[in-house]
Design a binder for this molecule. Sequence first.
Ligand SMILES: [Ca+2]
Length: 371
Amino acid sequence: MLVANLGSSEVNASTLATAEGNTLRCSSSVISPNTQTRCKVYGSGTVTIYGTGTGTTPIETEGWTHYVPVDITERSGSNLTDYIVNITMDTKSLVTAGKMKSDCSDIRVVGSDGVNYLPYWIEKGTCNTTQTIVWTKVDLIASQTKRIYVDYGKSDAKSKANGKNVFLLFDDFDDSSINQNLWYSQLSNFTISNSSLRINEGALGLKNALPFNLSDGYIVETRCLFNSALSGYSGTIPELSSSRFTAGGNGNSDATVLYMRGNGVSDLAYWMANGSSASYNLGDGVAAASNDDVWYLTGASVQNDTVKLWKDNAVTYQLTGITWAKSMNYTSLGAFNGAATGDIQDTTYDWVRIRQYIPLAPSVAVGAESQ
Ligand SMILES: [Ca+2]
């Protein structure tokens, strides 16, 4: 990264050029003498930068060879803070062309200043495909279009992807034990290995209530797999609730959105309650089919009076017109009632995450590559 110091006079960054034809991107359109304005230079080795009336400055590049601009447009009419968005891009052709590492470890997301990195995470299983999903977060003013960047092309780069830095809650189950700071564990029979948690008996509920109400526009998602054995219910995929675990029959009058396989069957079913009575007073039923030993991306979004249940980015069931009697500040995985001895249909979780959900999310447009 160049810290600009191009001589004694002010330079318009748009007049900067390099002898080698490399692309420059600077944090300010005007560079004053000896300021900390920074520019990022794409290419390798040493390049010489020219600015109008300023002489030359040779610098060493960091070795990133390419980038694409990404324009994010706010569409809901509200200011959004740290809004989590995903960028969908074709990395397969970039890998094939030798421009990107095949494990996507040289991807970086750069903020609107052109030089500072944003946190990012790449959706599992999408690297080196035509639909790679890169998650990051941005601040947006209502109706604003903001340009950020995705850099790539650096053979010795190591991945900096980290979902914990992007999502409002994230667990990849990457450690050999449960994160006791995040979870209250009622697990009695489980394995955690290969970045996945398999629950045979019991459940994980949040240790602390979330600092926001899930019905104010959030989606809780998990990547999950059913390990066959059709006895009992499966693990939740997930549950959103006003308490850590919901009692059988909703005996404690929780507000809850409970999504899981039904008792002894493979159908994905739901049970919902608004928290005003000891019953699932918003109804229950079958939302979708599922198979054993297949990874699914499942989740539930709540935005004011509307619940949507999701499977692989499609809505499986929707209910609207709900008046919530309680705030929902909990989510759980595994046995819906938390029972440590509850023998469920074994359910494996790759990760769980929470992000904002608004129906008219920002649009994301990936532009042409520069080098
Ligand atoms: Ca994982």
